[in-house]
Design a protein around this ligand. Structure first.
Ligand code: ADP
Length: 298
């Protein structure tokens, strides 16, 4: 089965008038796909719609031959979903809970279920702690448990929504390693506002904001495209306004208490600016600031 996920012309306006998705079209091949955007961009709305949990107003989604918006039961059978808020029952052990999820996933044979549950707990490095109640789990352990339940039943489509938001750096690395082990033959969509999640893991990506796709592509290629166009300079905080009016400042950040700006420019603005080895963060901010889209249109 060719498992490309195709989203075409997807739109959603909430009852309060918020246009969460505006004519979103994306082609998502198998492998790890990063959906990057600021809070409120529409990522969760898109993830929940793909996961058959809410309706769009218009547009279509297909996975191979499946009509995702209509064949909901079929989609649910091949879907693994880790939602943004993954609630767990605190007084139940990981093993018991995962066994329960496995029943819901249709794994009715007890012996098979036992093996599947044990294998997933091993894979997510929770086997030693399987008898422990979920309420005692750290954020990182809970996220790994969330992945364990999402992997039940060998899903062809895996959606993880903001998976590393509350994790400390060590937990994040462990979670990344786990995600990276998921097969290349399934579609994995990683929705996040954290740029490093995408640069570490994803071979394809899209940036969305205000319910619109601003760019799609291969992260490494996009980083290359910006090569020689991003310049940095350390400034005094009170100079920021001046620089913002004189240059295309795409981002500002504090490094060691000093303000460092990144500027988009085809040529070195002046000798006080140094060239930056571009990163996905530069791609992200220049896209959000309209630079990349403008270039494509030109
Ligand atoms: P993200 O996941 O990128 O943070 P969301 O999809 O959660 O974005 O939200 C997109 C926009 O839709 C936001 O402005 C949000 O406030 C709004 N929104 C999300 N869910 C609802 C809802 N159930 N009712 C009304 N507005 C909503």
């Amino acid at each position: 089965m060719s498992n490309t996920l195709r989203i075409e012309g997807l739109s959603k306006t909430y009852a309060n008038g918020v246009r969460a998705l505006q004519d979103v079209s994306l082609t998502i091949p198998t492998g790890m796909f990063g959906l990057l955007g600021p809070n409120g961009a529409g990522k969760s709305t898109l993830m929940r719609t793909i996961a058959t949990l809410q309706e769009a107003d218009s547009g279509s989604i297909t996975l191979g031959q499946l009509d995702v918006l209509r064949q909901k039961d079929e989609v649910r059978r091949i879907l693994g979903y880790l939602p943004q808020e993954f609630g767990v029952y605190p007084r139940i052990s990981a093993e018991t809970m995962l066994d329960h999820f496995a029943v819901l996933k249709g794994i009715v044979n007890a012996k098979e279920r036992k093996e599947v549950v044990a294998a997933l707990l091993r894979r997510t490095n929770l086997y030693e702690k399987r008898k422990q109640n979920l309420g005692t789990y750290s954020g990182g352990m809970r996220q790994r448990f969330g992945i364990a339940q999402a992997l039940l039943g060998n899903p062809q489509l895996i959606i993880v929504d903001e998976p590393t938001a509350g994790l400390d750096p060590g937990e994040r690395v462990r979670f990344h390693n786990l995600l990276a082990e998921i097969g290349e033959n399934v579609v994995v969509i990683l929705s996040t506002h954290i740029v490093e999640d995408v640069s570490d893991l994803c071979s394809r990506m899209a940036i969305i904001a205000n319910g619109q796709v601003l760019m799609t592509g291969d992260p490494l290629q996009r980083i290359q495209d910006l090569h020689g166009k991003i310049w940095r300079r350390t400034i005094d905080k009170h100079e920021l306004e001046h620089y913002q009016s004189a240059y295309q400042v795409i981002s500002t950040r504090l490094i060691g208490g000093r303000t460092v700006i990144h500027v988009y420019s085809d040529v070195q603005p002046d000798s006080s600016f140094g060239e930056v080895p571009t990163s996905l963060e530069d791609v992200y901010f220049s896209t959000l600031n309209g630079k990349v889209a403008e270039e494509k249109a030109a």
